[in-house]
Design a protein around this ligand. Structure first.
Ligand code: HEM
Length: 408
């Protein structure tokens, strides 16, 4: 540690505290104002200002350094655990050249053109979900809409048949703990491992089916890449399909849930959007900014890096607080307010640099179709709960357990 290293004396960043996880924004403000680049007593750094977060995500002197970080945190034998061994193959935690190779194989399925071509299929799923609540005047938005929509979209893309879709729910809900900054307990790890084993056995079987009978789906594309030679190992194939499957379950759900929650807490903004649906794409960026479904992402300094007079030594880890950067007054006017018609919103919610979210366009299109249809078909939407809805206990993936709403 060098002389100018600011070390927190009060825990401004305390992911162990349920209160902080429920509402991190007051701490984020204190961090930005007082300790924008802070070394925590836990040994890692925390960046909270928009400009610093952007810089760290885009600067090639920072990488993932996943293997070293995991060994430091969990011991040299960490990769004997099949869950961490699987995670190690995800493009999300890889550095170039492996990252570029893995991302290149999947990226073709996520181009703006390919995603736009999914619009009719996504609209059909949205219509079916709304048909399902027709004749009612209330629902749990998370359970009845926000969860099934992205899950069915990613399952369609991967070619997972409808009858197989219900079987992984528990496993994937707890697996979000793997990317939290707090250690996973033995009990959580047991559950994650169980879920992981089920998924991995299922996908291996699906790969065998696709080898025998190729289909027009992403799983077939990846299986064929593996068969074609050295470009993708069997372990990487399993790992990255599990990553995509998990990303489809855990992120867009919360864009829809957190977004609708923000909108309905601000009836004037809801009215603006009802009156002018053309505002929708910008309003979705504002939803992403205001209460991001992904709150942080880590990087490791691959060499000593100086930022604003503070040196982050080689090998040390930085947590980039995407949610804090999104409320930085230096980047956004009146950042604590939700404004459906805010102009030129550029949230950090999808990250930046080489790991910029591969599913960003997919998430945007799903949200666009979902919110346009919801606002049109369910007029007079309002929050239903007398008490504030409860947040899930994960920090990195921020979302509501349920969101009771009614209409009409
Ligand atoms: C609102 C929804 C979403 C949010 C907020 C989100 C957020 C993010 C963020 C912040 C990253 C970068 C992590 C880093 O820099 O370390 C990321 C990467 C990634 N996301 Fe998303 N994501 C969303 C939806 C999706 C969806 C629907 C998919 C695919 C089905 C997806 C697939 C991925 C993948 C594969 C990566 C890794 C990319 C790489 O490492 O090159 N995401 N996402």
């Amino acid at each position: 540690m060098n002389d100018q290293t600011p070390v927190a004396d009060a825990p401004l960043f305390n992911p162990f505290s349920p209160e902080f996880v429920r509402n991190p924004y007051p701490s984020f403000q204190l961090l930005r104002e007082n300790q924008p680049l802070m070394k925590t007593p836990l040994g890692f750094w925390v960046a909270s200002r928009y400009a610093d977060v952007q810089l760290i995500l885009k600067d090639k002197r920072f990488g993932k350094g996943f293997d070293e970080r995991m060994k430091m945190r969990n011991g040299d034998d960490v990769f004997d655990n099949p869950v961490y061994a699987n995670m190690r193959t995800w493009m999300l935690v890889q550095d170039p050249p492996d990252h570029s190779r893995l991302r290149g194989l999947v990226a073709k399925a996520f181009t703006a053109r390919r995603i736009d071509a999914l619009r009719p299929q996504i609209q059909k799923l949205v219509d079916e979900l709304l048909d399902g609540v027709e004749g009612r005047n209330s629902m749990d938005f998370i359970h009845d809409f926000a969860y099934p929509l992205p899950v069915n979209v990613i399952c369609d893309m991967l070619g997972i048949p409808p009858e197989d879709r219900g079987r992984f729910q528990t496993g994937s809900k707890i697996s979000g703990r793997l990317i939290d900054p707090t250690p996973v307990s033995d009990d959580e790890m047991r559950q994650i491992q169980e879920g992981f084993e089920g998924q991995s056995a299922y996908f291996r079987e699906l790969f065998a089916r696709r080898r025998a009978e190729p289909q027009d789906d992403l799983t077939t594309v990846l299986v064929q890449a593996e068969e074609a030679g050295e470009r993708l190992s069997e372990a990487e194939l399993v790992g990255n399909v599990i990553l995509l499957f998990g990303a489809g379950h855990e992120t867009t759900v919360n864009l829809l849930g957190n977004g609708l929650f923000a909108l309905l807490q601000n009836p004037d903004e809801y009215a603006k959007l009802r009156a002018n649906p053309d505002l929708m794409p910008g309003a979705i960026e504002e939803m992403l900014r205001f209460d991001s479904s992904v709150q942080m992402t880590g990087r490791t300094a691959m060499e000593d890096v100086e930022i604003n007079g503070v040196t982050i030594p080689k090998g040390e880890h930085v947590i980039n607080l995407l949610g804090a950067a999104n409320r930085d007054g230096a980047a956004f006017d009146d950042p604590e307010s939700f404004q459906a018609d805010r102009k030129d919103v550029r949230p950090t919610s999808f990250g930046g640099g080489i790991h910029f979210c591969l599913g960003a366009q997919l998430a945007r299109v799903e949200a666009d179709i979902a919110f346009c249809s919801l606002l049109e078909r369910l007029p007079g939407l309002r929050l239903d709960a007398a008490d504030a809805p409860d947040w899930r206990p994960t920090f990195t993936l921020r979302g509501l357990k349920s969101l009771p709403i009614s209409w009409g």
